[in-house]
Design a protein around this ligand. Sequence first.
Ligand code: SF4
Ligand code: SF4
Length: 571
Amino acid sequence: EQREQLWKARKALYPTLYRFDPRKKPINFVDDVVVPADRISELIRYLEEFFAEQRVPVAIFGHIGNGNAHIIPLLDVNNQDDFQKMVQGYHEIHQTVLDRFGGSICGEHGDGRVRAEYVKTMFGPELYGLFVRVKQSFDPTGVFNPGIKISDRPFTDHIDYVRLSKPCATCAKCNAVCPVYDVFQSEDMSSRGWFEIVTDKNYSYLSSKRVVEACLNCKSCRTACPAGVDVSQLILDRRAESPNEMAGVLFRFHAQTARFERFLKFLARYQSIWDQPLIRRLLDRLTKPLMHRLAETARLSPKLVLPRLARRHLRDRYPELIPQAGQEARSQVAYFHGCAANYFDDGVGDAVISVLRKHGVEPDLPTQRCSGTPIETYGHRALAKEGARVNLASMAGYAKVVTGCASCTLMLKDYPILFAGEPEQASAQDLAKRVTHISEFVSQSPVKPAMAGLQSRKCKVAYHSSCHLRAAGVTKEPRAILAGLPGVDYVEMPDADRCAGGAGTYLVKDFDTSQRIVERKRRAVEQSGAEVVATSCPACMIQLRTGLQGAAEVKHVAQLIQEAYEAADRR
Ligand code: SF4
Ligand code: SF4
């Protein structure tokens, strides 16, 4: 446990430094000194006094056991005063480490450009002369690594002042989790690359459309970025400048709830006819012109496993839970079911209600509109706000707003960003605190209903961690619940925290890329040997059912909890 705490603190170090002061950045210019191990405490005292005198905040960490200190001051190198402090610190600290401590300027990071200026001082003129001659004999024209290690150019010549004026540290941690980069392996199709594109002073939507529209808005980059940069939000800001017209038509129709629901019920009645392979192929062709207006890559692929549409929507099935207009909240708990659980016959909404009831809660299903995620994804921020205002009003007065959908969870928690600086911001902040995913609700509930396994043998279950739920900070609860279910043999699969590529409507917007993304997930599921993949988001369920191609059954965490409770009832 202590080791875990230490690692947690270590991993939080850079994010903390980046967030400490938005004007300053951690700057590595004396970051790798090493002294005899028994003098490390003396070195740390010296450094603390030095930076206190400079009035520069500093983090000192490293490999204390072998005398190696990583020293990371926070500075704005574009500020003249801070620049002078950096140059002064560079010389004074390196010289002190060499003269007073008999140490070295470099413990493990290499001399590179930053320490090249001090290599001669460190090794002395005779040895340095030898280095130069060796380098010259292999590289007489100086084409190998010019300016690196064997060079007397000052380290300040190498500083990229423009880069350091931007919030991005170019560390590429976002690329490592970006599903688009994973598939295309190209900087112009990556989170870090998109940061550069959308913040460029010559940015134009038309010349950047292809790449700006390729982002899934999965938020994995936001979760990973140590500097607190939200590339997905910057992209949404750019999309909001050029909203997609076709999507606007669809979402405005969606906002006319009664008409939209009549249309969905009509589709549901005839789904057994139109959702046949031959007709789906025909539909794919017929809808292409419309789809192209959504995105050049958009299509209704016949391979997309559509969810069964509900003939009776969730709200029709639970009229007793719907408060009448003007009526006060009858319960402390509202269930924000969102669109998918209401319109799909996938059992998720029923499972959430059933689980809440087992915990002694009779939830209200107040009036609600789409949380806004897909609407904002296509640039229609004003329309997203329109629905969000309805939700803010109808969810007021409930102690908890329980969700079953990862995207709704994050969007409701993100309303303060949507309404930043606007009159609704305070109520948005209040709602964000009350939003509780069903897995959090079950974990926190004092009621512990009896549970049992469905079969005599345990079923191997893996968890796909939906990106939006991770971004909302919910990662441990679903796993802990699954591991505690009596009929479940929980396995942590590789890449459980990677995007599966569904991202709500992305599997329509760019079906081919979404299927290339899910391939990695399919391999992970197969490797884990899981019979069931549990997840926390109806949209991920569609993508997993499409992409896993039968490799495992797909269920919502709430459904597995419901099964365990009901199995106990039957005993
Ligand atoms: S956006 Fe964040 S994670 Fe990505 S490169 Fe920049 S600092 Fe690193
Ligand atoms: S939101 Fe997802 S797809 Fe978009 S840049 Fe971030 S990680 Fe990549």
